[in-house]
Design a protein around this ligand. Structure first.
Ligand SMILES: C[S@@+](CC[C@H](N)C(=O)[O-])C[C@H]1O[C@@H](n2cnc3c(N)ncnc32)[C@H](O)[C@@H]1O
Length: 220
Protein backbone atom coordinates (compact mmCIF):
# COMPACT_ATOMS: atom_id res chain seq x y z
CA UNK A 1 0.00 0.00 0.00
CA UNK A 2 1.40 3.45 -0.88
CA UNK A 3 1.44 6.35 1.59
CA UNK A 4 -1.69 8.01 0.18
CA UNK A 5 -3.83 4.89 0.52
CA UNK A 6 -2.51 4.22 4.06
CA UNK A 7 -3.49 7.77 5.01
CA UNK A 8 -6.90 7.37 3.37
CA UNK A 9 -7.53 4.13 5.24
CA UNK A 10 -6.56 5.76 8.57
CA UNK A 11 -8.91 8.70 7.88
CA UNK A 12 -11.77 6.31 7.00
CA UNK A 13 -11.22 4.38 10.26
CA UNK A 14 -11.19 7.61 12.32
CA UNK A 15 -14.42 8.81 10.69
CA UNK A 16 -16.06 5.41 11.29
CA UNK A 17 -15.00 5.47 14.97
CA UNK A 18 -16.23 9.05 15.37
CA UNK A 19 -19.61 8.19 13.80
CA UNK A 20 -19.97 5.16 16.09
CA UNK A 21 -19.23 7.25 19.19
CA UNK A 22 -21.59 9.99 18.01
CA UNK A 23 -24.37 7.44 17.43
CA UNK A 24 -23.83 6.03 20.96
CA UNK A 25 -23.99 9.54 22.44
CA UNK A 26 -27.15 10.43 20.54
CA UNK A 27 -28.77 7.18 21.71
CA UNK A 28 -28.07 7.98 25.35
CA UNK A 29 -28.43 11.76 25.12
CA UNK A 30 -31.91 11.85 26.73
CA UNK A 31 -30.56 9.92 29.76
CA UNK A 32 -27.47 12.13 29.96
CA UNK A 33 -29.63 15.27 29.93
CA UNK A 34 -31.95 13.72 32.52
CA UNK A 35 -29.04 13.04 34.89
CA UNK A 36 -27.57 16.55 34.37
CA UNK A 37 -30.95 18.11 35.15
CA UNK A 38 -31.19 16.05 38.35
CA UNK A 39 -27.81 17.45 39.47
CA UNK A 40 -25.72 14.36 38.68
CA UNK A 41 -23.52 16.01 36.01
CA UNK A 42 -20.25 15.55 38.00
CA UNK A 43 -20.61 11.72 37.70
CA UNK A 44 -19.71 11.92 34.02
CA UNK A 45 -16.28 13.48 34.63
CA UNK A 46 -14.63 10.74 36.71
CA UNK A 47 -12.00 8.61 34.97
CA UNK A 48 -13.05 4.99 34.35
CA UNK A 49 -12.94 2.19 31.79
CA UNK A 50 -16.73 1.81 31.95
CA UNK A 51 -18.65 2.87 28.86
CA UNK A 52 -21.48 5.41 28.98
CA UNK A 53 -23.95 2.57 28.32
CA UNK A 54 -22.61 0.64 31.33
CA UNK A 55 -22.68 3.66 33.65
CA UNK A 56 -26.27 4.43 32.71
CA UNK A 57 -27.27 0.80 33.22
CA UNK A 58 -25.97 0.97 36.82
CA UNK A 59 -28.11 4.05 37.40
CA UNK A 60 -31.21 2.56 35.77
CA UNK A 61 -31.00 -0.79 37.59
CA UNK A 62 -30.44 0.84 40.98
CA UNK A 63 -33.48 3.07 40.40
CA UNK A 64 -35.69 -0.03 40.13
CA UNK A 65 -35.39 -0.70 43.86
CA UNK A 66 -37.48 0.70 46.71
CA UNK A 67 -36.35 2.91 49.58
CA UNK A 68 -33.67 1.50 51.88
CA UNK A 69 -32.26 -0.92 49.35
CA UNK A 70 -28.77 -2.30 49.84
CA UNK A 71 -26.35 -1.85 46.96
CA UNK A 72 -22.86 -3.38 47.16
CA UNK A 73 -19.98 -2.60 44.84
CA UNK A 74 -16.75 -4.61 44.82
CA UNK A 75 -14.05 -2.51 43.12
CA UNK A 76 -14.80 1.20 43.36
CA UNK A 77 -11.42 2.60 42.21
CA UNK A 78 -11.84 6.37 41.64
CA UNK A 79 -15.60 6.30 42.20
CA UNK A 80 -17.03 6.53 38.68
CA UNK A 81 -19.34 3.52 38.87
CA UNK A 82 -20.01 4.36 42.54
CA UNK A 83 -21.48 7.75 41.65
CA UNK A 84 -23.93 6.26 39.13
CA UNK A 85 -25.12 3.75 41.74
CA UNK A 86 -25.22 6.49 44.37
CA UNK A 87 -27.07 8.96 42.12
CA UNK A 88 -29.97 6.50 41.95
CA UNK A 89 -29.55 5.59 45.64
CA UNK A 90 -29.89 9.27 46.54
CA UNK A 91 -33.22 9.35 44.72
CA UNK A 92 -34.61 6.18 46.32
CA UNK A 93 -32.92 6.75 49.70
CA UNK A 94 -30.80 3.61 49.56
CA UNK A 95 -27.25 2.82 50.67
CA UNK A 96 -24.21 1.96 48.57
CA UNK A 97 -21.48 -0.08 50.29
CA UNK A 98 -18.16 0.27 48.46
CA UNK A 99 -15.56 -2.43 48.97
CA UNK A 100 -11.99 -1.84 47.81
CA UNK A 101 -8.45 -1.91 49.13
CA UNK A 102 -8.01 1.37 47.21
CA UNK A 103 -4.50 0.15 46.46
CA UNK A 104 -5.11 -0.54 42.76
CA UNK A 105 -5.06 -4.32 43.24
CA UNK A 106 -4.74 -6.12 39.91
CA UNK A 107 -4.67 -2.88 37.89
CA UNK A 108 -2.21 -2.57 34.99
CA UNK A 109 -1.14 0.93 36.11
CA UNK A 110 0.49 -0.54 39.25
CA UNK A 111 0.02 -0.15 42.99
CA UNK A 112 -1.00 3.25 44.38
CA UNK A 113 -3.28 4.60 47.09
CA UNK A 114 -6.46 5.87 45.37
CA UNK A 115 -8.59 6.40 48.50
CA UNK A 116 -8.41 10.21 48.75
CA UNK A 117 -9.27 10.53 45.06
CA UNK A 118 -12.28 8.24 45.61
CA UNK A 119 -13.45 10.31 48.58
CA UNK A 120 -13.08 13.62 46.79
CA UNK A 121 -14.83 12.33 43.62
CA UNK A 122 -17.80 11.03 45.59
CA UNK A 123 -18.43 13.88 48.10
CA UNK A 124 -21.76 14.75 46.46
CA UNK A 125 -23.05 11.35 47.63
CA UNK A 126 -21.42 11.00 51.04
CA UNK A 127 -24.84 10.44 52.69
CA UNK A 128 -25.41 7.34 50.55
CA UNK A 129 -21.90 5.85 50.45
CA UNK A 130 -20.26 3.59 53.04
CA UNK A 131 -16.64 2.87 52.08
CA UNK A 132 -15.42 -0.49 53.42
CA UNK A 133 -11.67 -0.57 52.96
CA UNK A 134 -10.03 -4.00 52.77
CA UNK A 135 -9.94 -7.21 50.76
CA UNK A 136 -13.29 -8.30 49.40
CA UNK A 137 -13.26 -11.77 50.98
CA UNK A 138 -12.42 -10.35 54.43
CA UNK A 139 -15.10 -7.64 54.28
CA UNK A 140 -17.71 -10.21 53.17
CA UNK A 141 -17.18 -12.20 56.39
CA UNK A 142 -18.28 -9.18 58.45
CA UNK A 143 -21.10 -8.03 56.16
CA UNK A 144 -24.50 -9.08 57.52
CA UNK A 145 -27.01 -7.23 55.30
CA UNK A 146 -29.03 -8.86 52.55
CA UNK A 147 -28.17 -7.34 49.18
CA UNK A 148 -30.56 -5.99 46.52
CA UNK A 149 -27.94 -5.21 43.87
CA UNK A 150 -24.36 -6.52 43.71
CA UNK A 151 -21.88 -5.02 41.25
CA UNK A 152 -18.62 -6.97 40.89
CA UNK A 153 -15.76 -5.01 39.33
CA UNK A 154 -12.67 -6.03 41.34
CA UNK A 155 -9.92 -8.33 40.13
CA UNK A 156 -11.17 -10.05 36.96
CA UNK A 157 -9.02 -13.18 37.09
CA UNK A 158 -10.94 -16.48 37.40
CA UNK A 159 -9.63 -17.11 40.92
CA UNK A 160 -10.58 -13.68 42.32
CA UNK A 161 -13.90 -13.40 40.52
CA UNK A 162 -14.84 -16.87 41.77
CA UNK A 163 -13.86 -15.87 45.32
CA UNK A 164 -15.99 -12.71 45.04
CA UNK A 165 -19.03 -14.66 43.83
CA UNK A 166 -18.57 -17.30 46.55
CA UNK A 167 -18.32 -14.62 49.21
CA UNK A 168 -21.08 -12.28 48.08
CA UNK A 169 -23.68 -14.06 45.92
CA UNK A 170 -25.19 -15.97 48.89
CA UNK A 171 -26.06 -12.58 50.42
CA UNK A 172 -28.11 -11.45 47.37
CA UNK A 173 -31.88 -11.53 48.00
CA UNK A 174 -34.36 -13.57 45.99
CA UNK A 175 -34.99 -11.44 42.87
CA UNK A 176 -31.90 -9.33 43.51
CA UNK A 177 -29.51 -8.33 40.75
CA UNK A 178 -25.88 -9.30 40.15
CA UNK A 179 -23.76 -7.43 37.59
CA UNK A 180 -20.28 -8.62 36.60
CA UNK A 181 -17.93 -6.29 34.75
CA UNK A 182 -15.27 -7.36 32.23
CA UNK A 183 -17.46 -10.24 31.07
CA UNK A 184 -16.69 -9.39 27.44
CA UNK A 185 -12.97 -10.02 27.50
CA UNK A 186 -12.19 -12.04 30.66
CA UNK A 187 -12.58 -15.79 30.12
CA UNK A 188 -12.29 -16.10 33.89
CA UNK A 189 -15.41 -13.96 34.45
CA UNK A 190 -17.22 -15.88 31.67
CA UNK A 191 -16.45 -19.21 33.34
CA UNK A 192 -17.65 -17.91 36.73
CA UNK A 193 -20.91 -16.76 35.13
CA UNK A 194 -21.38 -20.13 33.41
CA UNK A 195 -20.61 -22.25 36.47
CA UNK A 196 -21.86 -20.19 39.39
CA UNK A 197 -24.24 -17.42 38.32
CA UNK A 198 -26.37 -19.02 35.60
CA UNK A 199 -27.50 -21.89 37.85
CA UNK A 200 -29.02 -19.26 40.16
CA UNK A 201 -30.64 -16.96 37.64
CA UNK A 202 -34.41 -16.49 37.40
CA UNK A 203 -34.28 -16.17 33.60
CA UNK A 204 -31.41 -15.79 31.08
CA UNK A 205 -29.30 -12.75 31.91
CA UNK A 206 -28.21 -10.01 29.54
CA UNK A 207 -24.82 -9.28 28.05
CA UNK A 208 -24.13 -5.62 27.37
CA UNK A 209 -20.92 -3.83 26.36
CA UNK A 210 -18.40 -5.51 28.66
CA UNK A 211 -20.75 -6.68 31.40
CA UNK A 212 -23.30 -9.37 32.27
CA UNK A 213 -26.32 -8.86 34.51
CA UNK A 214 -29.13 -11.03 35.76
CA UNK A 215 -31.72 -11.49 38.52
CA UNK A 216 -31.14 -14.40 40.85
CA UNK A 217 -33.28 -16.82 42.84
CA UNK A 218 -32.81 -17.40 46.53
CA UNK A 219 -30.02 -19.84 47.28
CA UNK A 220 -26.65 -20.28 48.91
C1 LIG B 1 -11.33 -2.18 37.59
S1 LIG B 1 -11.14 -1.28 39.07
C2 LIG B 1 -12.77 -0.77 39.44
C3 LIG B 1 -13.28 0.25 38.47
C4 LIG B 1 -14.47 1.05 38.96
N1 LIG B 1 -15.64 0.22 39.20
C5 LIG B 1 -14.78 2.18 38.03
O1 LIG B 1 -15.94 2.61 37.96
O2 LIG B 1 -13.90 2.72 37.36
C6 LIG B 1 -10.82 -2.56 40.21
C7 LIG B 1 -10.72 -2.13 41.66
O3 LIG B 1 -10.84 -3.31 42.46
C8 LIG B 1 -9.96 -3.25 43.55
N2 LIG B 1 -9.67 -4.64 43.95
C9 LIG B 1 -9.10 -5.62 43.21
N3 LIG B 1 -9.04 -6.77 43.89
C10 LIG B 1 -9.59 -6.53 45.11
C11 LIG B 1 -9.84 -7.33 46.28
N4 LIG B 1 -9.51 -8.62 46.32
N5 LIG B 1 -10.44 -6.74 47.31
C12 LIG B 1 -10.81 -5.43 47.29
N6 LIG B 1 -10.60 -4.63 46.22
C13 LIG B 1 -10.00 -5.17 45.14
C14 LIG B 1 -8.75 -2.47 43.03
O4 LIG B 1 -8.03 -1.88 44.10
C15 LIG B 1 -9.39 -1.47 42.06
O5 LIG B 1 -9.63 -0.24 42.69
Amino acid sequence: MDQASTLLSAIRKSIARFMKELAAHLKYLPWEVNLYLRGHGPCFGIFTHLTLEEKLLLYKLTRKFDHNSVIVEIGSYLGASTTFLAAAAKENKSQVYCVDTWMNEGMTEGTRDTYQEFISNTTLYQQQIYPLRGRSEDIAKEFDNQIDLLFLDGDHSYKSCRADVESWLPKVKNGGIIILHDYGWSEGVQKVVRDMVKPREKKPGLEMSNLYWTRVKAGS
